[in-house]
Design a protein around this ligand. Sequence first.
Ligand code: PLP
Length: 393
Amino acid sequence: MQKDKVTMQNKRIYFDHSATTPVDKDVLKVMAPYFTETFGNANSVHGYGQKANAALDAARRKVADLLDVKPGEIYFTSGGTESCNWAIKGAVRTKERNRIIISSIEHAAALSSAQRLEKNGVPVTYLPVTSEGYVLPETLQNEIDEKTALVSVMLANNEVGTVQPVQKLAAIAKSAGAYFFTDAVQAMGSIRVKPKELGADMLALSAHKFYGPKGIGVLYIRGGVKLDKLISGGYQERSMRGGTSNVAFAAGLAAALEKALETQEKNVQKIHKLRGYLIEQIYKRIPHVTLNGGTLHRLPQNANFTFDFIEGESLLLRLDLEGIACSSGSACSSGSLTPSHVLMAMGLEELKAHGSIRFTLGKNNTKQEVDFAVAKLVNIVKNLRAMSPFFNA
Ligand code: PLP
């Protein structure tokens, strides 16, 4: 018992899997040979190049098979951010159809791409969400018109984990003749992600969210979709994305995706149960706390809370001192003090949005870790509230 206590005291606990995940050891093994033995440039004609090219082809085929799409519809990118930039900036090609409709709770990768276009004169409409963090199909139906080039709504939100009704939204976009893009970066490995079933014309993935390496992603582009390129260069990715191919990372992404899908059911069951326990314990032991975001359609790993009378950043730092890593909604750590645009779009008061904190669980977390973190949290919240000018218990 005493030994267990000591082990937990020295342990660091990672509850920030929506920020990134560690690379799975099996994935690392798959990647290793491509740094040293099979290091050729996939575009070179000699044997080294051919071997690298064969590995790149194999990775593409594996990803395509796992997503039930064609290899020619898979493009490797440098990650989720590039995939979102490409889908959004590449879709506005004609003067007649140049309007973008995008949800107000997208990740900055997508939102800032739309904002950039807006600065250059492209009309952009931001779809509101419900207080639970869902985009309603009727809102899109009321907005869409014959000028709309693209509708962009993420499959699952990174802050509150809400899963959007993408199938319905995609059908509305299609009937209006617009393309539909979904950012599935957070969804992969947690819920079913099949581009054709969803009706997506484009779909973004990022390997480091499902135990693959950072710096590689996928943009699925349905055959027949006309998209401008984002990065000009050589003939890589069927001349659509220049730059020497990152074979090691493409192989890693494919291996990570395969493992994520093979183990998804088991992992989700475990994580879902653990998340339920975390929420139950927090509600039971800490007063004045709210779970942000709807629970009906939500990623199993996400629990986003507002602790009244406290700043999320202070909570985050105090938890970090205890070895517990999670993240806060307000982006002080990234150089700005603005509260989360997601929570604000859901109608939270600014003070409450500032008090939010996100726990995202992963496949290796344990009940013991949750117990340890909740015990620390109870004390930290008590201490911070005692110092808060807003709190009078
Ligand atoms: N989209 C969502 C929903 C994300 O959560 C993230 C990363 O947090 C991204 C896009 C960006 O992905 P990347 O880190 O691979 O650029």
